[in-house]
Design a protein around this ligand. Structure first.
Ligand code: ZN
Length: 476
């Protein structure tokens, strides 16, 4: 008398709102037969008219897919747990009759989908019924949202709080030049509505936080993580696991990308792969390290593809697989991912049971690693005029030096500073500068350790110099 059948949210209305039902052992077929005899309304949602399981419903015994066991002849015994997982976990797994109809205009628009057996009329109606939320409308969210809208996903949730910046345009193809300075949400909504007026957009003008994540993500079927920072990645992962939602994951850096689908209910989560974030500053962001503009186009498209497969319940998704793409070498590598039994979130003894402070978890918000005296751009301009002895050291890379420089500065990249200290006169005032004021602070540490005392760093770097002192110095 002790086999537990977990009932997913969309099916609970048909079983008197129970989230689990205890039943007797037997084969899966016998268990489901008993269940659907007792709860007759459930039958139409689980079974085809011929009694076979609907193909968008998966059944797992203790986290193993019965298709990898003996199918519905798989036996369950006392203590086993059965999970019924519609292909859109947490979302609607409506019977065909409950799917929305397509208008003549939609039939025409999606005709190349409709003649694909794997999509067809039912699949297209399933896409129309689906609700997908994108975290971010930047590099990854741009291609992903464009393809999902074009494909006819009925509702797209967009979470963003940023404005379009000129440096976004080389990769964030959702936004145009005319939108620079506008809210990304407004820009995205206008473009997506133009692409496909049948798509309903739900805009969330906010940063995703531990306070709002569960509330926002709860009403969606699939979450597409297009974020660009570790706190948000862990937040999305944890919220998805707690809500039982699949997370179409992608990340990019320079020429390399990653993609997977994390779905803790049936497979590994992001924490199974990366239990802890790297220490702050170890992995540079795209703003610091650069990114090839077309790369998020490739990775974001993979995320859109996986999202559509999850909705259709077709093909093999990236659940349990991590794709590593190297654009320079043009290689795709695939790693098998396993659910970590010790995962603090989805393992056997979870310690993360509610959303936490992700900034703190990722070591951000703490005291900066480097301290030192600073000078602002306007003060520096005055001092340079009055004190010709003042030495200005540019610790950026040669590539950055080629883009722009401050007159009179000497280039000594941060990595070369220790071996080039002999070029500096310790009796003179020294000011270090970089792009935005982080590396120049590290340079101060090097100089102070070597005995230099009259050293300061330009706050805000050459970026501040350009905006506050000399606009003829280009920003980048
Ligand atoms: Zn996990």
């Amino acid at each position: 008398m002790s086999v537990l059948v977990h009932i997913p949210t969309p099916l609970r209305p048909f079983v008197e709102d129970q989230d689990g039902i205890v039943t007797e052992h037997g084969t899966i077929a016998e268990v489901l037969e008993r269940l659907t005899n007792e709860y007759t309304k459930l039958r139409a949602h689980l079974m085809q008219p011929d009694g076979r399981l609907r193909n968008f419903v998966n059944v797992y015994v203790n986290d193993r897919d019965i298709r990898d066991l003996d199918g519905d002849e798989t036996r369950v015994v006392d203590g086993d747990e059965i999970s019924i997982v519609p292909s859109i976990a947490g979302g609607a797994a409506p019977a065909d009759t409950a799917l929305p109809e397509l208008s003549h205009e939609e039939l025409l628009r999606y005709s190349r989908h409709l003649i694909l057996p794997e999509v067809g009329l039912e699949g297209q109606r399933r896409l129309k019924a689906a609700r997908v939320v994108l975290i971010g409308t930047g590099g990854l969210g741009s291609p992903a949202s464009l393809y999902l809208a074009a494909a006819g996903v009925g509702t797209l949730g967009l979470v963003d709080f940023d404005v379009v910046d000129a440096t976004n345009l080389h990769r964030q193809i959702l936004h145009g030049t005319a939108a620079v300075g506008d809210s990304k949400l407004d820009s995205a909504e206008a473009r997506l509505k133009d692409l496909n007026p049948h798509v309903h957009i739900e805009a969330f003008d906010t940063r995703l936080t531990s306070e709002n994540a569960l509330e926002i993500l709860r009403d969606f079927d699939v979450v597409l993580d297009g974020s660009d920072n570790f706190p948000t990645r862990y937040l999305v992962n944890d919220a998805c696991a707690m809500l039982g939602k699949p997370n179409a994951y992608g990340s990019i850096f320079r020429f390399e990308g990653q993609a997977s689908v994390f779905h803790a209910r049936v497979g590994p989560c992001y924490r199974c792969l990366f239990r802890e974030p790297p220490p702050p500053g170890l992995v540079p962001s795209c703003a610091e390290g650069g990114v090839l503009g077309v790369l998020p186009g490739i990775i974001g498209s993979i995320q859109a593809l996986e999202t559509i497969k999850l909705i259709l319940g077709k093909g093999s998704t990236l659940i349990g697989r991590l794709i590593l793409f190297d654009a320079l070498k043009f290689t795709f590598r695939e790693l098998k991912l396993h659910k970590d039994p010790d995962c603090p979130l989805c393992g056997e003894h979870p310690t993360v049971t509610e959303l936490i402070d992700y900034e703190a978890f990722c070591g951000l918000g703490a005291e900066p690693a480097y301290h030192g005296p600073e000078v602002n751009a306007t003060e520096l301009a005055t001092e340079l005029k009055e004190n010709p002895e003042l030495v200005l050291i540019d610790v950026r890379e040669p590539l950055e030096w080629e883009i722009c420089r401050i007159d009179g500065a000497t280039l000594i990249p941060l990595g070369h500073l220790p071996e080039r200290l002999n070029e500096l006169n310790g009796h003179k005032e020294i000011v270090t500068h970089c792009h935005k004021g982080v590396r120049s602070m590290q340079a101060l540490e090097v100089l102070k350790a070597a005995g230099f005392t009259r050293v300061r760093s330009l706050a805000g770097g050459i970026e501040a110099w350009s905006t506050e002192v000399d606009p003829s110095v280009p920003r980048y």
